[in-house]
Design a protein around this ligand. Structure first.
Ligand code: PXP
Length: 243
């Protein structure tokens, strides 16, 4: 059964709009878990635009399911991650100017440095997932550097304008999953997924975890985080897909 990772960064985005204490992502996390979240994800960005160090510290105290820390490979952030001991880190590329993560990590060109980074986390008992585009060379490089998981970037599927381009992107993702599974990599997927477009992903991709943020937090503004998560969980809970 596909697990749901809920990215609660944008609860903190609303808080940081006023640099105040509310809404608190640390309160959102257990409510998301009550709604059915299997994983709580936050991205501690170098510019601290939403999630703050204190959030990560406190989330470690309150999340008993799986805490997934999305992060760049900046040394300062890696040190915080090692100290916090989330169950999993997802390594992503990070640019200050971007609105959200654009494109996957270039594992191929950073193989040397990633081998050491993955080893550092693995030695600390932390699972490593690499957020990559569904390209064969990036997938096999992820295996070579020792990552346990990859997270396939679904952004191109989410942004596809018509059915033909959507199908093409789904085919690419399906092929990526197959390549990864042959290499015995565990496969997650995420980015840009919504209540409207998640169905095809669930039907087509044999993945372990889906990571969804913006759409769930947007709905939560109107219906509350627990309900927003449970509605998404209903869309991905398909017991007939025996995997
Ligand atoms: N997965 C990764 C690696 C991401 O960087 C993000 C965005 O923080 C997500 C999933 C969630 O994307 P979205 O907010 O578009 O659902």
């Amino acid at each position: 059964m596909i697990k749901l990772g809920v990215n609660i960064d944008h609860i903190a985005t609303i808080r940081q709009a006023r640099r105040t204490f509310e809404p608190d992502p640390v309160i959102a996390a257990p409510l998301a878990v009550l709604g059915g979240a299997d994983i709580i994800t936050v991205h501690l960005r170098e510019d601290r635009r939403h999630i703050q160090d204190r959030d990560v510290r406190l989330l470690r105290e309150v999340v008993f399911t799986k805490l997934n820390l999305e992060m760049s490979i900046a040394r300062e952030i890696m040190d915080i991650a090692i100290k916090t001991r989330p169950e999993q880190v997802t390594l992503v590329p990070e640019k200050r100017q971007e609105v959200t993560t654009e494109g996957g990590l270039d594992v191929v060109s950073q193989k040397k440095v990633l081998v050491d980074i993955v080893k550092r986390f693995t030695d600390a008992g932390i699972l490593v997932s690499l957020f990559i585009d569904p390209e064969e060379n990036q997938i096999s490089a992820s295996k070579d550097v020792g990552a346990q998981y990859i997270e396939l970037h679904t952004g191109n599927y989410a942004n596809a304008k018509d059915d033909i381009s959507k199908s093409k992107q789904i085919e690419k993702l399906e092929a990526g999953v197959k390549i990864a599974q042959k290499l015995r990599l565990r496969v997650n997927a995420g980015h840009g997924l919504t209540y409207q477009n998640v169905g095809i992903i669930v039907e087509s991709l044999d993945v372990e975890e889906l990571h969804i943020g913006h759409s769930i937090v947007s709905r939560a503004v109107f219906v509350g985080i627990q309900k927003a998560v449970s509605e998404m969980k209903e869309l991905i809970f398909k017991p007939e897909l025996k995997r």
